[in-house]
Structures are given as structure tokens and as C-alpha cells.
Ligand binder design. Structure first.
Ligand code: MRU
Length: 358
């Protein structure tokens, strides 16, 4: 990739580790306020992930890894065995904050595995291993974004219209985003294109986050409500869909923000290619198909209320699944840091990622 500074480099970071302290951008306050919140305890990190102060699969993977450092920083006076037992407990606790994005468990398992294999002979030196590994996961995530950007950018041609859903942007990762990485790279090369951002009910990640970061970056972005996508497609305004993902199964089924499968079905109807940007940290080679991916169910009030205002009758029955699974046959390609993977996914993912994603 060219050395040009991409505008996304100048956006506020979702996760920062500075002088041994963890700061998370409170995304629930965007776009009105940009507030970095210091994380003092494991419970605070758990809550920040749960309430979506930090969100997006890669960002919660990085936040979870640093969260384990926050959890263990005042435990270095323990014996080595006690430290390891506590580390296992805290990793499982942090992993329980959200179930669907595989990056969270992936990052935490990697932290624990590397720490145990390090041969460190004291709690203090084991803690240093944890910090180094969290920093490594963070730095790698930036490279994964760049790789997806370089591999996906050639798909974007002058004058195209691109639809995206939820926020798979800079705010959901350590740098350029996943779905937005090809957009940022193409934009830096002077390619002109239009992005349509679905608002993404119920929590409005598209309206609050994607439209904010693309607008700030000088990319031509238009906000639509979710139920406008079919109409906009029928008008010939969309040439390609690019979304992110929380977990891709070994057969290429894709879990992503609720509503994504509907977008894929519409894209198929209108003959529009549906791409998924996906770093290797989001591929779960242990999960044979999307049927086994745990789908997070969230609180009713996210559906019964619009912001602070109640919009549904008291006592109404509600469902609030936060993700859905798009069948692999609807996916034109998975844009990864190693290249664009196409069908047959089981075979081709295995070839590229060798049976596991560690
Ligand atoms: O509930 P969220 O906001 O964490 O959901 C995020 C998404 O669905 C993103 O599309 C996905 O995590 C990919 S982020 C690069």
C-alpha cells in the first residue's frame, strides 16, 4: 500500500493503551461527544464491552486482551500458580461479556496460551508477557486492516455505489476497519465512489458511527434507514455491498449485525455482489457452520424505546437478536488480509488458513 496517510489514521482510536493504562472511546456518546474513558477494573471493561462503549469484533478482541492486563495488574504479588489460576478465571469472565464475535474469545485464549507457554518464573514476569501479547494483538489488528484494505480496494471502481450495514469501520477495529478498509484505501488513491450507510436498528451503529467516520474522512456517504435498502437498490444506485462480520464459520457462513442477511437476500435479488471483509481473527475454523454460532439476545428496551422515548406498548412481547447468519452461498467473496476467498469456502478457507486461525 502507498505510504500516504489515510484519513482514517486521524480518527479517534476505539482502544488505546498508554503508560500501562487502558482507555476506551465511549462509542455510546458518538457522534455528540468524543470521550476516552479510563478502564480501572475487569468489571468496568466487562461492562464497557457489554453496553457497547467498545464494540465491533476486532475492537472487542483487542479490548478483551488489554482487559486481562487490567484485571491482573494488581495481582503480581501472588504466587505463580495463584496468578495463573486467577488469569484463567478473569479470562473466562471477560469472555462472558458478549457471545457472538469470536475475536473476544480468540484474543483471550491466545493471551492465556502465550502466557502459559512463556516459561515466566514469577507473577511479575508473567504479567509483562500478558502486556506484550496484548500490544502484539493490537498491532497485528492494524496490519490485518491494511491487508483487507489493499486486497479489497481494487474491487472499488470510479463512480460505484456501495452499501454497508452496521459499523465495520475504524471505530470497530484498531485502524482502518474491515468493510471500510477497502473504501479508505480506494479513497486515498483518488477513486470517487458513494457509500450508502444503513442506519442499523436498534442501536444505530450505521447512523451514529459509520456515517460519522466516513463523513469525517471526506468519503461521499448517504445515510438511509434499513427499510430503504431495497428501494435504493431498485433504483440502480448500488453496485456492491461490503459488510463486516463477527464470526465466519469454516463453511463460509457469516454472522454479522442483525439485518445483514436481509441485505444479502436483497443483493441476490438485484444481482449485486455481496462481499464480507473478514480478518483471520474473525474466522472460526472450529465452527463447522453458521448454525452453531451463538447469537446474542439483548435487552427488550433497545427495541421498545427509540433513544430515551418509549415507542411500544407496555407489556409487549419482544425479540432482540443482535446478529444473524448469512448463508455462504450469498457471499461473493470474503475479503481477508491474505486475499479474497471465494466458493467453495470450506476448501478455500482451509487452504488459506490451514485448519485454524491462531
Ligand atoms: O453489536 P456491534 O456493534 O458490536 O456489532 C458490530 C458488527 O456487527 C460489525 O459489523 C462486526 O463486528 C464487524 S466489525 C469490523
Amino acid at each position: 500500500m502507498s505510504e500516504t496517510t489515510l484519513i482514517a489514521d486521524t480518527l479517534p482510536r476505539a482502544v488505546e493503551w498508554e503508560n500501562g493504562e487502558l482507555f476506551l472511546l465511549d462509542q455510546t456518546q458518538l457522534p455528540q461527544a468524543t470521550v476516552m474513558e479510563k478502564q480501572e477494573t475487569a468489571e468496568q471493561v466487562w461492562d464497557s464491552i457489554r453496553v457497547l462503549k467498545v464494540r465491533g469484533a476486532p475492537a472487542i478482541g483487542v479490548a478483551g486482551a488489554y482487559g486481562l492486563c487490567v484485571a491482573m495488574k494488581d495481582k503480581t504479588n501472588l504466587s505463580l500458580d495463584e496468578f495463573i489460576a486467577e488469569m484463567d478465571k478473569q479470562a473466562a469472565y471477560l469472555d462472558s461479556s458478549r457471545p457472538t464475535a469470536v475475536n473476544l474469545g480468540w484474543g483471550l485464549r491466545r493471551m492465556v496460551r502465550v502466557a502459559k507457554a512463556s516459561g515466566a518464573d514469577s507473577a511479575e514476569s508473567l504479567f509483562k508477557v500478558l502486556v506484550d501479547e496484548a500490544v502484539a494483538i493490537h498491532e497485528e489488528d492494524k496490519k490485518l486492516c491494511r491487508g483487507m484494505g489493499d486486497n479489497g480496494a481494487p474491487l472499488i471502481r470510479e463512480g460505484m455505489g456501495i452499501l454497508t450495514h452496521c459499523n465495520a469501520g475504524s471505530l470497530a477495529t484498531s485502524e482502518l476497519g474491515t468493510a471500510t478498509a477497502p473504501m479508505y484505501v480506494a479513497h486515498s488513491k483518488g477513486v470517487n465512489f458513494r457509500v450508502y450507510a444503513d442506519e442499523t436498528r436498534p442501536l444505530l451503529q450505521g447512523a451514529r458511527l459509520t456515517s460519522w467516520e466516513l463523513q469525517k474522512s471526506g468519503i461521499d456517504v448517504t445515510l438511509i434507514t434499513d427499510n430503504m435498502a431495497a428501494h435504493i437498490m431498485s433504483q440502480g444506485l448500488i453496485d456492491m455491498v461490503i459488510v463486516g462480520t463477527d464470526r465466519v464459520a469454516a463453511n463460509g457462513d457469516v454472522a454479522n449485525k442483525i439485518g445483514t442477511m436481509g441485505v444479502a437476500i436483497l443483493a441476490k435479488h438485484f444481482g449485486i455482489p455481496f462481499y464480507v471483509a473478514c480478518p483471520s481473527s474473525t474466522i472460526d475454523m472450529e465452527m463447522p457452520s453458521g448454525a452453531g454460532i451463538p447469537i446474542e439476545e439483548r435487552e427488550d428496551d433497545e427495541v421498545t424505546n427509540f433513544g430515551a422515548r418509549r415507542t411500544a406498548p407496555e407489556g409487549i412481547k419482544v425479540r432482540n437478536p443482535a446478529f444473524d447468519v448469512t448463508p455462504n452461498e450469498m457471499v461473493a467473496g470474503l475479503i481477508t488480509e491474505k486475499g479474497i476467498v471465494t466458493a467453495p469456502y470450506t476448501e478455500n478457507l482451509k487452504k488459506l488458513f490451514g485448519g485454524h486461525n491462531d
